[in-house]
Design a protein around this ligand. Structure first.
Ligand SMILES: *[C@@H]1O[C@H](CO)[C@@H](O)[C@H](O)[C@H]1NC(C)=O
Ligand SMILES: *[C@@H]1O[C@H](CO)[C@@H](O)[C@H](O)[C@H]1NC(C)=O
Ligand SMILES: *[C@@H]1O[C@H](CO)[C@@H](O)[C@H](O)[C@H]1NC(C)=O
Length: 230
């Protein structure tokens, strides 16, 4: 009887520990397209199996790595690989299990795979190599989406999706008018930035073309052109 009780206690305990403990899992997008020269915020959150000891976990160290190279870290003055120095910022808060990173001035060689690594003194260290992030570096950005509504005034919309909310692309129009820009988050890693232009049509017999040019951080640009449906 006593043994039976003890066994069921043990079983309950095991089930409890299994359900309350996390896995070694980093939540990251597998692949992100980024325009060359611009920037990307890699969103990242991580989980780990809870240690059995009740010891308070502190002095955690977070790293982003590319093979053996150090790309970014939470530790001040850590020696990062030369090619990534001054181009990365560790944005996440490890205590909140957030390991997001900003990579700026994206180069053709910044393809990854990048992975997160955590070091927890008094517990263990782990590299999330099973959850890598690949970057597709785009040498030529895709042209923006362009549309217009013609009523008493013309309202035109020009938009692109991008992975860098800290430096959204800039827009310019071939017509003068009133322009405004806004961004919205599409998912964990992608934002849509839309420029809206409002203007009055000039009296003319010929069709009017309207161009919208999007300029990414780093200088790459792409233009879309349309003929206004007059
Ligand atoms: C993680 O941190 C980044 C940068 O501060 C923030 O933008 C993002 O919303 C955070 N993610 C979560 C899931 O809280
Ligand atoms: C609009 O773009 C076209 C080519 O895409 C170009 O030929 C034309 O000059 C541009 N028009 C203006 C007003 O910028
Ligand atoms: C304006 O564009 C429409 C459609 O592209 C075309 O059918 C029409 O001939 C054009 N008009 C002028 C004046 O160019």
């Amino acid at each position: 009887m006593e043994l039976k009780l003890w066994l069921s206690f043990l079983l309950l305990h095991v089930i409890h520990v299994q359900s309350s403990s996390g896995q070694w899992l980093a939540n990251v997008p597998a692949r992100i397209p980024v325009v060359q020269g611009s920037c990307v915020v890699i969103p990242c959150s991580f989980n780990y199996p809870r240690p059995t000891s009740k010891q308070i976990l502190n002095r955690w160290k977070g790293f982003w790595k590319d093979g053996k190279k150090f790309v970014s870290t939470t530790i001040p003055k850590w020696k990062l690989a030369e090619e990534y120095r001054r181009r990365t910022t560790f944005l996440g808060d490890l205590a909140a299990r957030n390991c997001s990173m900003l990579l700026d001035g994206v180069r053709n060689t910044d393809v990854g795979p990048f992975y997160f690594r955590i070091e927890m003194p008094h517990y263990t260290s782990y590299s999330y190599t099973m959850n890598p992030v690949h970057i597709d570096v785009l040498r030529k950005p895709t042209p923006p989406s362009l549309s217009a509504e013609v009523k008493a005034k013309v309202t035109a919309y020009c938009s692109v999706t991008h992975p860098c909310p800290t430096n959204a692309p800039e827009f310019s129009w071939s017509q003068s008018g009133t322009a405004s820009r806004r961004s919205k988050k599409l998912n964990t890693w992608q934002w849509k930035t839309i420029s809206t232009l409002t203007f009055r049509l000039r009296p003319t017999t010929s069709n009017q073309t309207l161009n919208c040019t999007v300029r990414y951080r780093g200088g790459k640009q792409a233009t879309s052109s349309m003929i206004l449906p007059i």
